[in-house]
Design a protein around this ligand. Structure first.
Ligand code: IPM
Ligand code: MG
Length: 350
């Protein structure tokens, strides 16, 4: 059985996953690692961004680590064959419904944020984004021609009690091991799914997690609170679309997307899917200057959540912190190190 399946993907994906491989080999050379094409490069090779074989291997691995997908090269490919469709297909095929997106501020990087140091110093929050439902997958969807000319585009936002409960449990369980607070974000003031979300979370809390502090916020207010007073948050529980938006915003609080990992988990015992939050960054792809830390910290999460090596995860996290303290910086953090030099600095700490 493969321990870690690497899907480097497109853009800067291959550059950063190559550094994950170096770190993984150094830290745990007993891990079996495989690598497969995925996204745009898979489309170029075989006409589909996610082959049945790769999906089957992903479901059979212990952990899957994806680099990045997409780019201008595939912008005119039909939507169901685009690299992004492969990612949605992988998430839904692996049934990884809970996406953990931490945003923490490394002390040495508090000045890298566009917000004032005193607003972000000590930041340590995690967004739990529902990942296999909502408007990303709801039916019907499509664009149709209208008889009188013009078109009509439809996306459907849909959630069931069971979908909200299972992701809600992940948030409450996680909060218990942290600062014991969950902020649930939706739009119950205008959306039916938002009202259902609020009702189900309220009931789940009353029934199973009364010891955890629960706050409800409207998602637009959460967007504002994130830049106004981000230290109020511990665990933010939200749906697929709001989670997509709020997690980019939260990432910028920490000085940028180049540092932040994510984990997508399903039922216990099933493989997790790990991805850096950044995209394929076509503007810098191939230049060797992408920050590999988001991908490396995604591997750190894989060690913790899927590979049962929390000890190694702690070691790796501490080494990242030390490398940053000593001034290791790629251009996104205001420095001039290359991707490889950043990984070298980390390996030196390990
Ligand atoms: C993310 C990305 C993806 C998403 C895209 C690439 C499909 O923005 O993981 O946040 O929208 O979920
Ligand atoms: Mg996103």
């Amino acid at each position: 059985m493969t321990d870690l399946l690497l899907l480097p993907g497109d853009g800067i994906g291959p550059e950063v996953t190559a550094q994950v491989r170096r770190v993984a080999t150094h830290l745990a050379n007993d891990l079996s690692i495989e690598e497969r094409p995925f996204g745009g490069c898979s489309f170029d090779l075989s006409g589909t961004p996610l082959t049945d074989e790769v999906l089957a291997e992903a479901k059979a691995a212990k952990a899957v680590l994806m680099g990045a997908v997409g780019g201008p090269k595939w912008a005119s490919v039909p939507r169901h064959l685009r690299p992004e469709a492969a990612l949605l297909g992988l998430r839904s095929g692996m049934q990884v419904f809970a996406n953990l997106r931490p945003a923490f501020c490394f002390p040495s990087l508090a000045d890298a944020s566009t917000l004032k140091r005193e607003v972000v110093e000590g930041l340590d929050l995690i967004i739990i984004r529902e990942l296999t439902g909502g408007v990303y997958f709801g039916q019907p969807r499509g664009v149709e021609d209208l008889p009188g000319g013009g078109k009509r585009g439809v996306d459907t936002q849909v959630y069931t009690t069971a979908e909200i409960e299972r992701v809600g449990r992940v948030a409450f369980e996680l909060a218990r091991g942290r600062r014991n607070k969950v902020t649930s974000a939706e739009k119950s003031n205008v959306m039916e799914t938002g009202q259902l979300w609020r009702d189900v979370v309220t009931e789940l809390h009353r029934r199973e997690y009364p010891d955890v502090e629960l706050e409800h916020q409207l998602a637009d207010n959460t967007a504002m609170q994130l830049v106004k007073r981000p230290l109020q948050f511990d665990v933010i529980l939200t749906d697929n679309l709001f989670g997509d938006i709020l997690s980019d915003e939260a990432a910028q609080l920490t000085g940028g997307l180049g540092l932040l990992p994510s984990a997508a988990l399903g039922e216990p015992g099933k493989p997790g899917l790990y991805e850096p939050i950044h995209g394929s960054a076509p503007d810098i792809a191939g230049k060797g200057i992408a920050n590999p830390l988001a991908a490396i910290l995604s591997f750190e999460m894989a060690l913790r959540w899927s590979l049962d090596r929390a000890d190694l995860a702690d070691t790796l996290f501490a080494a990242v912190n030390r490398a940053l303290e000593k001034g290791a910086r790629t251009p996104d953090l205001g420095g001039s190190m290359t991707t490889v030099e950043m990984a070298d600095a980390l390996l030196a700490e390990l």
